[in-house]
Design a protein around this ligand. Structure first.
Ligand code: AMP
Ligand code: TRP
Length: 328
């Protein structure tokens, strides 16, 4: 079975965007691939966060991985910080990356602008760590959103560079753009991505632990337009298109049939229907989440995942050491 690997950074409360755009996609993939899904908590250190909130975000992320249906017989779930080889291969990858390559990274530029009071070196060298996260496990596919494209391309470049210099060592992975969830936009500002690390957009963001009333309120006050007709048109009707995308991603119908279903609805009634499916999906998810937290299933999953991931990562790192003449 081919492998696929991905990770999410515990940098804030999880959103509907994370769920539809990433986690639900991982769940679908596990029938076809041997999955490695981790919590990139070392990456979360690039942005300041209080210790307890980092811990809670980490636990919640694993609980939501499990609640969404990731199955431990198919998917290895682990913490990046539990597998010490990530930081070590990360260093090795830094020594094979050029300053120019990192200076071009748009995510670095964005984040440096947003956190101008804390432009730490880790923010700059984050991509080679991500390269290491991937290459340790030889995945064929890396399912991520469009915003991670550059990092996966760098991973391919470094894998090829290393293989060429030292002989065959790494599988060159492919970007697997998460398609079904597409990109979920902010409800308040539908030309901006719904994002967990974006504090100003509370209103535009549905969090996975929001209650039914809050979800309904946020959807009902979603920004739309004055056209008055339900169409899928990202340019002229980004708000309505976003609601159609959300509905389709939850019900797993295609956009065309969803658009057709609601073509004679007014905006208020349409929003009501969208709210209904979101509330239903998230309330079921929350029920499983609470069960998982109450039964210490997070701890059990991470114990198992750590053991499996350590073995794979250790073997790969030793191969790299040998090629580089680390040791005698
Ligand atoms: P982030 O929250 O930006 O760290 O992203 C974690 C994962 O969730 C990545 O695979 C993203 O592509 C995905 N993701 C985050 N926000 C959205 C969104 N608004 N729509 C779709 N996917 C998203
Ligand atoms: N950088 C990714 C993000 O912010 C998270 C991540 C870290 C990741 N390492 C990875 C994703 C390796 C895929 C593979 O969303």
């Amino acid at each position: 079975m081919e492998r696929a690997l991905s990770g999410i950074t515990p940098s804030g409360k999880l959103t509907l965007g994370n769920y539809l755009g990433a986690i639900k996609e991982f769940v679908k993939m596990q029938d076809e691939f041997e999955m490695y899904i981790f919590v990139s908590n070392l990456h979360s250190l690039t942005i300041e966060q209080e210790r307890n909130s980092r811990k809670k975000n980490t636990r919640d992320l694993v609980a939501f991985y499990l609640a969404s249906g990731l199955d431990l017989s198919k998917t290895t779930i682990f913490l990046q910080s539990d597998v010490l080889m990530h930081a070590q291969l990360g260093w090795i990858m830094q020594c094979h990356t050029y300053m120019g390559e990192l200076s071009r990274m748009t995510q670095f530029k964005d984040k440096a602008q947003k956190h101008s009071d804390n432009i730490n070196v880790g923010l700059f060298t984050y991509p080679p760590l991500m390269v290491a996260d991937i290459l340790l496990y030889d995945p064929k596919y890396v399912p991520v959103g469009e915003d991670q494209r550059q990092h996966v391309e760098l991973t391919r470049d470094l894998a090829q560079r290393f293989n060429k210099k030292y002989g065959d060592t790494f599988v060159v992975p492919e970007l697997h753009l998460t398609k079904s969830g597409a990109k979920i936009m902010s409800l308040a500002n539908p030309t901006k991505k719904m994002s967990k690390s974006d504090d100003e957009s509370e209103k535009g963001c549905i969090y996975l632990l929001d209650d039914a009333k809050t979800i309904t309120k946020k959807i009902k006050s979603a920004t739309t337009d004055s056209i008055g007709k339900i169409n899928y048109d990202e340019v002229n009707q980004p708000g309505i298109s976003n609601l159609l995308t959300i509905y389709a991603a939850i019900t797993q119908e295609d956009i065309k049939s969803v658009t057709n279903k609601f073509k004679d609805y007014n905006y208020g009634d349409f929003k009501e229907e969208v709210a209904k499916v979101v509330v239903k999906e998230l309330s079921q998810l929350q029920e499983r989440y609470h069960h998982i937290i109450d039964n210490n299933e997070v701890e059990k999953a991470l114990e198992l995942g750590k053991e499996k991931a350590l073995k794979v990562a250790y073997k790969k790192l030793m191969k790299v050491h040998k090629k580089l003449g680390l040791g005698i």
